[in-house]
Design a protein around this ligand. Structure first.
Ligand SMILES: NC(=O)c1ccc[n+]([C@@H]2O[C@H](COP(=O)([O-])OP(=O)(O)OC[C@H]3O[C@@H](n4cnc5c(N)ncnc54)[C@H](OP(=O)(O)O)[C@@H]3O)[C@@H](O)[C@H]2O)c1
Length: 299
């Protein structure tokens, strides 16, 4: 398959590009840092610094859109919120324009989203039919999805990747948590009842390839394992996998002044379930948290 990838230099995109190369796909990666694309993948991948390189006569079978500024790293000032939007919705809009101009349209468009679309949903299960919430993170996901959907009118199959907390030591949440937990400073957040919908990176990649390759897959997919865990259970499981104990508690009042609106990302949660994947017969290699953490390379 000829595939265009955005976000291909990131934590998830890098692993994805390697998987696609292994199976013989022909890849182009759009990046602000084409030199990083070359450094990671060598000449096996074509690097584009601008989407204007997509001329109408150029054909891609698939477009996979993972670009986005990191969501939790910096305070959500008005300028930061705009950067979070531009790097997701802005790029998605540009991809749609390029698809409109393409003489031959891609067969499929996989576009990023996150389970944050369900907001702070307590312990109620959220499958793909659940409504979007109204906080900033949820609206960001919703607008990101809405920006991708116009591709359907071009005859392109659209899959929306509502991604959970992806587990692997290379990046994401586990990379940040590993050192404090290893030092015995791992802590439960607040009362620890908020639900964390996680997925091992291996299953994330398999699920992405599954929806890429199955022509009957379209619409939203929760990319989460079938067994979400409370923050308390997650904290204990991570500590156990590192042969430590997590006896500390970080109260919300201690972090709220630092995190502001972002505290919802840590002290809120949602119990997302992968109903659409399971209904189509997708099989998880790491359905349970202990096995996923064991394999995620943290210890
Ligand atoms: N990791 C998770 O657990 C998780 C969970 C839910 C959703 N997601 C979403 O999945 C996507 C990939 O996640 P990740 O963990 O791989 O993220 P990441 O490591 O932060 O990588 C993000 C990628 O987006 C590109 N990017 C960042 N800012 C950009 C900007 N201003 N303009 C254009 N491109 C920009 C970067 O590409 P260049 O620097 O090469 O341009 C980078 O490759 C993100 O959109 C993220 O929100 C991730």
């Amino acid at each position: 398959m000829r595939i265009l990838v955005t976000g291909g230099t990131g934590f998830l995109g890098t692993a994805l590009v390697h998987r696609l190369l292994q199976r013989g796909d022909d890849l182009t990666v759009l990046s602000r840092r084409p030199e990083a694309v070359k450094a990671k993948f060598g000449d096996a991948v074509q690097a584009w610094s601008r989407l204007s390189a997509w001329t109408p006569d150029r054909h891609f079978d698939a477009v996979i859109n993972l670009a986005g500024e990191p969501i939790i790293d910096r305070p959500w000032s008005a300028a930061r919120k705009q950067a979070l939007r531009d790097s997701r919705i802005g790029i998605t809009n540009q991809l749609i324009k390029a698809m409109q101009s393409a003489e031959r349209k891609p067969a499929v468009f996989l576009s990023g989203s996150a389970i944050g679309i369900y907001g702070d949903a307590g312990s109620a299960e959220r499958d793909e039919s659940a409504p979007a919430a109204a906080d900033f993170g949820a609206r960001l996901c919703l607008e990101w999805e809405q920006a991708a959907l116009p591709a359907e009118a071009l005859g392109v199959r659209v899959c929306l990747l509502r991604t959970g907390l992806v587990l692997h030591a290379d990046g994401g949440m586990l990379k940040k948590m590993r050192l404090p937990f290893k030092l015995g400073l791992g802590s439960r957040l607040g009362d620890g009842r908020q639900i964390m919908s996680w997925i091992h990176r291996h299953d994330y990649l398999n699920a992405l390839l599954f929806v890429l390759d199955h022509p009957d897959c379209r619409g939203a997919f929760n990319l989460t394992a079938p067994a979400p865990a409370s923050n308390r259970a997650f904290t204990d499981a991570l500590a156990r996998s590192l042969h430590r104990k997590a006896v500390l508690v970080t109260p919300e009042w201690a972090l709220k002044p630092v995190l502001g609106e972002r505290s919802l990302l840590l002290f809120g949660g949602q119990c997302a379930v992968p109903a659409a994947l399971l209904a189509r017969g997708f099989v998880f290699r790491f359905p349970a948290l202990a096995g996923a953490l064991e394999n995620a390379g943290v210890n």
